[in-house]
Write a protein that binds this ligand. Structure first.
Ligand code: SF4
Length: 324
């Protein structure tokens, strides 16, 4: 997918001028940033990234509760605690599909890695050549290592593990792996006031964008992908498009693109009073009215339409941005 020179200039200016510091309070990366030690930051980053789904207010509150239990040094709690103690401390806690049992299992997986490898970074790099174009293969091995825990003492015999399958989504499947890629962005990208810069030797050009619905919609509207469903291939295509703007660090645009939607600064459709101040206005093809509404007739005004029909119409219309 080719991008024209004005597009690159616009996107670069948009990311440079985005007020990242002001948005940190509504981003889960604030949690690992609280800790001084690398081991605490790394463990808190994995936990906070995996819980980063659902409404922002809710995921921030639920992550705060779990980290409150782990105390000022999460890695110390993880090394010394037991699943039983975690289950007792998190009694009554729940974040949508995620249960205290899932958290106890995750912490047990991290504990096994810390005891054997010393750090999550070392476990991630085991068996890794360093030359892969992206980090999916080492992520699959890392996930397998994290899941190397007998669930029966935690869940009980015959207990369903469906909630765990969601929390620790299998990177071998076709989803965009938004939460895994978010964790990798945090630990790999240098500390720029947002990301953490914890891991050495993993290159920023090997990262894949953490694609969620906000980023996918804006990426499509900007012509960064022609794929209409969020999948691993879509995340790769968006990343490849961004690599034409910055080959060494394509996902550096992710924080600004994601928070444009998360913050509500972008409504997901054109609002002249807002869009005239948006740096992306010249290349944005988001529709002129809310997704889910269309004008039936001048007399009847706006009325709801089927989400699928509306979505299809949005994703199939020709691009008319600065590169068209
Ligand atoms: S709809 Fe408006 S605010 Fe949203 S990305 Fe497009 S130009 Fe920016």
């Amino acid at each position: 997918m080719s991008l024209c020179a004005p597009f690159e200039t616009i996107l670069t200016r948009f990311a440079r001028r985005f007020p990242a510091g002001e948005r940190l309070a509504s981003d889960p990366v604030q949690f690992p940033r609280r800790y001084a030690g690398a081991a605490d930051r790394e463990a808190a980053a994995l936990l906070a990234a995996l819980l980063a789904y659902g409404r922002v207010g809710s995921l921030l509150a639920k992550t705060e509760e779990v980290l409150g239990v782990l105390g000022p040094h999460p890695s110390r709690w993880i090394r010394t605690s037991t699943p039983r103690r975690t289950l007792q401390a998190l009694s009554g806690w729940r974040h949508r599909w995620t249960t205290p049992h899932d958290i106890a299992y995750l912490l047990e997986g991290i504990r096994g890695i810390l005891n054997e490898e010393g750090s999550l970074e070392r476990a991630f790099k085991r068996g890794w050549s360093g030359h892969e174009a992206n980090l999916r293969s080492p992520l699959i091995r890392f996930h397998r290592r994290l899941r190397d825990v007998d669930p029966r003492p935690i869940y009980g015999r015959g207990a369903g593990l469906r909630t765990l399958e969601f929390l620790l989504a299998d990177p071998g499947r076709g989803s965009p792996l938004k939460r895994w890629n978010l964790f990798l962005r945090w630990v790999v990208r240098p500390d720029d006031g947002v990301d953490l810069g914890l891991w050495r030797g993993v290159l920023t050009r090997q990262l894949t964008i953490p694609l969620d619905t906000h980023v996918h919609r804006i990426a499509f509207a900007l012509g960064l992908t022609r794929r209409t469903s969020p999948s691993w291939e879509t995340a790769e295509e968006v990343t490849e498009s961004l690599a034409r703007v910055d080959p060494g660090d394509p996902v550096r645009f992710d924080f600004a693109l994601a928070h444009l939607g998360i913050s509500g600064a972008c409504k997901g459709y054109q609002v002249p009073a807002i869009c005239r101040r948006c740096d992306l206005a010249a290349i944005c093809t988001l529709p002129a009215r809310p997704l889910g509404l269309e004008e039936k007739s001048p007399r009847r005004g706006l009325a709801p339409v089927g989400a699928r029909r509306q979505r299809r119409r949005f994703f199939l219309k020709p691009l008319t941005n600065a590169c068209a």
